[in-house]
Ligand binder design. Structure first.
Ligand code: MN
Length: 204
């Protein structure tokens, strides 16, 4: 059976109000239903354009299409990782990492506190709109913090992202106005280490 070949907005793995007070229902609903949905819609519209050009036997402006695809696919996949790597505080969100992710962090960063400082600094200092992400390369097993501008600039090719934090203003403006540092600090109360451990297991 042929696969669907389009993206679908994933349902959040928790209720819209489940991350409050760290992320409010209004903020989360807007972010998921409007912003994330738009990346899905725009990526699918590009897929349709690609299929139409094949049917018409024409060639699209590949430079423009590649740039728009990278932006919208990056937007969709990074948001999907972001929703999954959070959990409500009463359902395992927050606290300190355990298991394989704890070992990875301790061995490579010295301590969770030191890692938290580095990751938070990456998130706070990302220029304009973007992300902080933790990535691991399957061959060398070295974790690296990425600072992603927009959804697609500064990515290390083939490093797999196991944890992402959205620091576009649309991710926090309703709750924190322009205080990105406060939002980054709040993130640690809902980070989902179980899920990040699962993501890490997929890298190997
Ligand atoms: Mn976002």
């Amino acid at each position: 059976m042929e696969k669907v070949k389009t993206f679908t907005l994933p349902k959040l793995p928790y209720d819209y109000n489940a991350l409050a007070p760290y992320i409010s229902e209004e903020q989360l609903k807007l972010h998921h239903d409007k912003h994330h949905q738009k990346y899905v819609n725009d990526a699918n519209a590009l897929f349709a354009k690609i299929d139409e050009s094949k049917a018409a036997n024409t060639i699209l402006d590949i430079k423009a299409v590649a740039k728009e695809l990278a932006f919208n696919i990056g937007g969709h996949l990074l948001h999907t990782t972001f929703w999954e790597n959070m959990a409500p505080p009463d359902k395992g969100g927050g606290g300190e990492p355990s298991g394989a992710i704890a070992d990875l962090i301790n061995n490579n960063y010295g301590s969770f506190e030191r890692f938290k400082k580095i990751f938070s600094t990456a998130a706070i200092s990302t220029e304009g709109s973007g992300w902080a992400a933790l990535s691991v390369h399957p061959c060398i097993g070295r974790p690296l913090v990425m600072q992603i501008e927009k959804h697609n600039v500064n990515i290390y090719p083939n490093f797999q992202i196991i944890m992402a934090l959205d620091v576009w203003e649309h991710a926090y403006y309703v709750d924190y106005k322009n205080d990105r540092a406060k939002f980054v600090d709040a993130f640690w109360n809902v980070v989902n280490w179980d899920r990040i451990n699962k993501n890490l297991a997929l890298v190997k």
